[in-house]
Design a protein around this ligand. Structure first.
Ligand SMILES: Nc1ncnc2c1ncn2[C@@H]1O[C@H](COP(=O)(O)OP(=O)(O)OP(=O)(O)O)[C@@H](O)[C@H]1O
Ligand SMILES: [Mg+2]
Length: 286
């Protein structure tokens, strides 16, 4: 079953700038789909379309069976209760402490008694690696990584079936990023969680993404598993994976990439058709 469907989407900003051109994408239930693309390529805007915060100039967005822009306020409200969102900037309410920020979606339901809210919030804070003491802090008193974790706790507080994450590990240290990956893996095992995640973190991509959607030149260049994306000749993709050093995942990716390219070259030698064999010479490699 498709949880999210983009059908021939084009997005034009009020000033006339075209961000997306004829983008179609189906995201299946239980899948982790990662979106990558250069800065300003329209990744956040694509998420905003899926959340109904912005409308495409052409095409249709369907989420959990509803066509966004065609359902009424009540239906939208019901949808919002079935998904969780972590915005790129954290987007916490600065006047509310950590506890109240995370409790907000529960309180909006108006059906959960306050003692239970207390239990649920403290459990979520623990799940994302925050201490009980952090509950009373204001966002201004938190580090960037802590803000991300509070935002993640808030995104998860209603146990959503669909999770939208915009750069969930940006600004986190490697240990916290690993913890985030484990948390998402755990949630996937517990429930059929579908995740749509914008990230440029290769370790996270490597660990979590079932498929990677690549945005460049206003279009979806490819939507495929990592192995296929790694050997795609588009210059953005080649730069993306070459430009990341450091973490374990990055090294594994380089090794995998080399193996795939080697295999492709051998197949080409014996005259087998292969998409990877068409890969352009990789820039920056000697
Ligand atoms: N509200 C807005 N008004 C005007 N331009 C906007 C608005 N929102 C986004 N844009 C423009 O749309 C384009 C895509 O922006 P978007 O935030 O989706 O990029 P992104 O891929 O998420 O980038 P980043 O990796 O830096 O987060 C950019 O050129 C940006 O300047
Ligand atoms: Mg963005």
């Amino acid at each position: 079953m498709n949880v999210v469907e983009l059908d021939h989407i084009s997005t034009q900003l009020p000033g006339g700038k075209l961000i997306h051109q004829d983008i179609s994408l189906q995201i299946q239930s239980g899948e982790v789909l990662a979106i990558i693309g250069g800065s300003g390529s329209g990744k956040t805007t694509l998420l905003r379309l899926m959340l109904g915060l912005q409308s495409p100039s052409q095409g249709e967005v369907r989420v959990l069976g509803q066509v966004l822009g065609r359902c009424d306020g009540l239906a939208m409200e019901a949808l919002r209760q079935r998904w969780g969102v972590l915005f790129q900037q954290g987007a916490l309410f600065s006047a509310l402490n950590v506890f109240d920020n995370v409790a907000l979606p529960l309180r909006e339901l108006k059906t959960v008694p306050e003692p239970l809210i207390g239990e649920l919030v403290m459990h979520k804070l623990q799940q994302v690696g925050l201490a009980p003491d952090d509950a009373l802090k204001l966002p201004a008193e938190l580090s960037g990584g802590m803000i991300k974790r509070v935002a993640l706790a808030r995104a998860l507080i209603l146990d959503p079936q669909l999770l939208f994450l915009d750069e969930p590990t940006a600004g986190l240290d490697p240990a916290s990023s690993k913890k985030f990956v484990q948390l998402i893996e755990g949630l996937r095992r517990e429930m059929a969680l579908t995740v749509v995640m914008v990230t440029h973190d290769v370790d996270t991509l490597f660990a979590l993404a079932d498929r990677i959607a690549v945005l460049a030149d206003q279009r979806l260049v490819t939507v495929a598993p990592l192995q296929e994306v790694l050997v795609h000749p588009h210059p953005f993709i080649q730069h993306f994976f070459l430009g990341h050093g450091g973490g374990d995942g990055a090294q594994e990716i380089q090794a995998l990439r080399h193996r795939l390219l080697q295999d492709a070259a051998e197949l080409a030698d014996i005259g087998m058709p292969t998409s990877a064999a068409q890969t352009a010479p990789v820039q920056g490699e000697h």
